[in-house]
Structures are given as structure tokens and as C-alpha cells.
Design a protein around this ligand. Structure first.
Ligand code: DQA
Length: 148
């Protein structure tokens, strides 16, 4: 089994209720289930953590080192501010996918800077819940995992 860490940052526990016109009506559990359903045929187990606390996310990245094959991370607003998360992700050896439901580049100017992007293998944004499927497929392709 290949383990991939799926990480969600602050306020994403409120998905489904929070600004549905921006983030849609699916809940966080719906998105995690979608990622897991996409991952199963590739033999990928998705480990999931959501936290509103920066240190929890940093520690989850540390815990993934030498254990998880890849990280998919929607850092929420920490995307735009967390150099601590940037540094933690820089210490991780495998592919890192930065994932956003919305397209931050098409929103307020302050969302146009991502401090995570420089340490990500790539970024998927603006495709809503479909982004979870795209992110898992990107990881599987990068790790050269065949689908059953
Ligand atoms: C987000 C975009 C961020 O700018 C925002 O702070 C979020 C969600 C997204 O998934 O579109 O909380 O990461």
C-alpha cells in the first residue's frame, strides 16, 4: 500500500456551510471520500487531517517524512501566509500537490500570493471538488502507479 497524506488547513472543516457560492455545497467528508475513491484503484491509502492550527499541519508534514509517498494539501488561508508550512513541505521528499477549490488568482489580490507554491510539485485550483480526483491522479502518475 502506498500512503498519501491529504491535509486541509483552517476553516475547511466548514465546507458545505461556508461561502457555498465560492466553495460549493460538498462537505469536507465528501471531498475526502472522493479522493479515497479515486485513490483505491491505484493502491493508494489516503490518510487525512484537517486542522485550524498551523503547528498541527507542520507536525503532520513531519510525520509524513519517510513514510508517505506524497502530500496533497489545501492549506486554506495559510496558503498566503505560512512560511512554517512552506519550510515543512520543503523538508518532504515526495511530490506535493497544492490544491484549492476556488481559483485564488481570480479573487482578491492578497490571495494571489502562495507561499506554498514554491515548494509544491504543482498546483490544482479552480475545479471545485473535481480537483481532488485530479490531485490523486497527478500523484499516481508522478509515482508511476498503475491502476487496477
Ligand atoms: C482555498 C483558497 C484560500 O484562499 C482560502 O483562504 C481558503 C480556501 C480554496 O480551496 O479555494 O480557505 O484554499
Amino acid at each position: 500500500m502506498t500512503t498519501v497524506l491529504l491535509l486541509h488547513g483552517p476553516n475547511l472543516n466548514l465546507l458545505g456551510e461556508r461561502e457555498p457560492e465560492v466553495y460549493g455545497t460538498a462537505t469536507l467528508n465528501d471531498h475526502v471520500a472522493r479522493a479515497r475513491a479515486t485513490a483505491t484503484p491505484f493502491g493508494i491509502e489516503v490518510e487525512h487531517l484537517q486542522s485550524n492550527h498551523e503547528g498541527d499541519l507542520v507536525e503532520a508534514v513531519h510525520g509524513a517524512r519517510n513514510r508517505c509517498a506524497a502530500i496533497i494539501v489545501n492549506p486554506g488561508a495559510f496558503t498566503h501566509s505560512s512560511w512554517a508550512l512552506h519550510d515543512a513541505l520543503a523538508s518532504f521528499d515526495g511530490p506535493v500537490v497544492e490544491l484549492h477549490l476556488s481559483n485564488p488568482d481570480a479573487r482578491e489580490p492578497w490571495r494571489r500570493t502562495s507561499v506554498v507554491a514554491p515548494v509544491a510539485t504543482g498546483t490544482i485550483s479552480g475545479f471545485g471538488g473535481h480537483g481532488y480526483e485530479l490531485a490523486v491522479r497527478a500523484v499516481a502518475a508522478r509515482l508511476e502507479l498503475p491502476s487496477s
